[in-house]
Design a protein around this ligand. Structure first.
Ligand SMILES: Nc1nc2c(ncn2[C@@H]2O[C@H](COP(=O)(O)OP(=O)(O)O)[C@@H](O)[C@H]2O)c(=O)[nH]1
Ligand SMILES: [Mg+2]
Length: 233
């Protein structure tokens, strides 16, 4: 039995992923929980794959899958959901913005909820380093769109610190299509539609350099994804 599945989507992460994987393995070994870390890669043009393979050979908890197609962050998460077995299915970023202890503490608060999502925008959040101003503005704009288009009442759908019970993921994984950065909001939309209870909790978080997200490029796609998600029966 696996207690925790930790999915990490990764694209050109040679500068950030090694520390993150080592921190996660070391931390979770000390929790005494059974865990697996699944790195879902696609389209890497740098050294990420060999870095991940090397760590996979050293640490039995780390696995990876690699896809040729441009499946995006969303597609990577959806592929990851098909492959994991943990009682709790969690995901985070390769950049290490969410520390393993933060994800673990979050998961401990799940109790009767079906999922628990980390939030940088509710009272009590501890932001060690803020995102650049342009990203913070985009974040609030996107949050407004998520509220208007999807009717979700969360302050931060996009934070890479999510914990769900396995049955939640099993129920929705085949209903979700988004392959881009809007995946978080789309997942939460379907989860709400199924009547699951999700709690938003403040977390400790630190912005990291070398973001893979180019806002001007992705915002139109993310917007269209929200609209399509809402219009689909
Ligand atoms: N597999 C896969 N992962 C991706 C893709 N684009 C972004 N990611 C990963 O998604 C996560 C979020 O990206 P990140 O650069 O941290 O975005 P930010 O935190 O919003 O600035 C990181 O782990 C990225 O490596 C993609 O096209 N495919
Ligand atoms: Mg990130």
């Amino acid at each position: 039995m696996t207690d925790y599945s930790i999915i990490i989507p990764a694209h050109n992460e040679e500068k950030r992923i090694k520390n993150t994987l080592i921190n996660y393995v070391n931390f979770f070994r000390n929790t005494g929980k059974d865990f697996e870390i699944l790195v879902v890669l696609n389209g890497c043009k740098d050294n990420t794959i060999s870095i991940v393979k090397e760590l996979e050979n050293k640490h039995k908890e780390i696995k990876h899958v690699n896809f040729d197609g441009a499946i995006g962050k969303g597609g990577a998460l959806l592929e990851g959901f098909k492959l994991v077995n943990g009682d709790l299915v969690t995901y985070t970023d390769a950049d290490g913005a969410t520390l393993p202890e933060t994800l673990f503490e979050l998961s401990k608060k799940i109790s009767d909820y079906d999922g628990i999502i980390g939030s940088r925008w509710i009272k009590g959040a501890n932001i060690l380093k803020k995102q650049p101003l342009s990203r913070r503005i985009a974040s609030r704009g996107f949050n407004l769109l998520v509220r208007i288009i999807l009717g979700l009442n969360y302050k931060d759908t996009q934070c890479a610190a999510k914990v769900f019970k396995k049955n939640v993921i099993d129920k929705i994984k085949n209903k979700v299509e988004s392959t881009n950065f809007a995946i978080d909001a789309v997942l939460l939309y379907h989860i709400k539609k199924e009547g699951f209870k999700i709690k938003e909790e403040p977390i400790t978080w630190e912005d990291k350099e070398f973001s893979t997200l180019r806002i001007r490029k992705v915002i139109p796609n993310m917007f269209m994804t929200l609209v399509k998600t809402r219009l689909k029966k």
